[in-house]
Design a protein. Structure first.
Length: 181
C-alpha cells in the first residue's frame, strides 16, 4: 500500500519544485488572462473608434461606451476560459465584485484619456488611441490583481490538490528518468 505501479514511493517534494509548480501555474493564468484581455482590448479599441467616428460623441464618452462593452466581453471570457476552474458558487457576489473592480478599472483607463485630452489638449485620433491604450495597460494591471484576488477565487482544496498532483508528476518524471540512466 502507498506504492505506485513502479513499487517506488515518489521522493518528497522540494521547496524548489513546489515553487516551480506555482510559478508555472501563475504563467498559465497570465497567458489565459492575456488572451482574453487581448481580445477584449481589440473589442474596446474597435468599439471606441467606431463610436467616436460614427456618432460624433466626445472622446471620453466614446471611450466609456467602449469600455463597458469590453467589460461584458471580458467577464464572459474570464468566467468561462481563464477562471473556469475557480469557485462557481456565489455568482451574484462574483459578478458584483467583477463590476466594482471593472468600474475602478474604467475610471483608471478613462482618467488617463481624460487627462491627456482635456488636461494637455492631446485629442487627435492617433493621440486618443495612444492614451486609450496606455489607460487600458495601467487598468489591466489593477484588474489582473483584483480579479484573481477577490473575484475569481481559487477553491482552497483545489489549490492543494493541484500542488500535490504537480509535485507527484514532477517526482514521477524524475524517478523514470533516473531508472533509465
Amino acid at each position: 500500500m502507498g506504492r505506485g505501479s513502479s513499487g517506488l514511493r515518489p521522493a518528497p517534494a522540494t521547496p524548489r519544485s513546489v515553487l516551480r509548480q506555482r510559478v508555472d501555474r501563475l504563467w498559465r493564468e497570465i497567458a489565459k488572462f492575456g488572451a482574453v484581455g487581448g481580445a477584449g482590448l481589440l473589442v474596446n479599441l474597435l468599439v471606441f473608434n467606431l463610436v467616436r467616428h460614427m456618432t460624433g460623441l466626445q472622446v471620453v464618452r466614446a471611450s466609456v461606451i467602449a469600455t463597458v462593452v469590453s467589460i461584458v466581453f471580458n467577464y464572459i471570457g474570464f468566467r468561462y476560459f481563464t477562471y473556469r476552474d475557480r469557485d462557481k458558487s456565489g455568482r451574484t457576489k462574483e459578478l458584483t465584485l467583477f463590476l466594482l473592480f471593472s468600474v475602478v478599472g474604467l475610471v483608471i483607463e478613462n482618467g488617463v484619456l481624460y487627462l491627456a485630452t482635456y488636461g494637455f489638449g492631446w485629442d487627435s485620433p492617433l493621440q486618443s488611441n495612444v492614451f486609450k491604450f496606455l489607460g487600458i495597460a495601467v487598468a489591466t494591471l489593477f484588474r489582473f490583481w483584483s480579479y484573481r484576488t477577490w473575484v475569481f477565487r481559487a477553491l482552497p482544496g483545489r489549490v492543494a490538490v493541484a500542488d500535490a498532483e504537480s509535485i507527484l508528476e514532477t517526482e514521477s518524471a524524475r524517478s523514470r528518468s533516473r531508472a533509465f540512466r
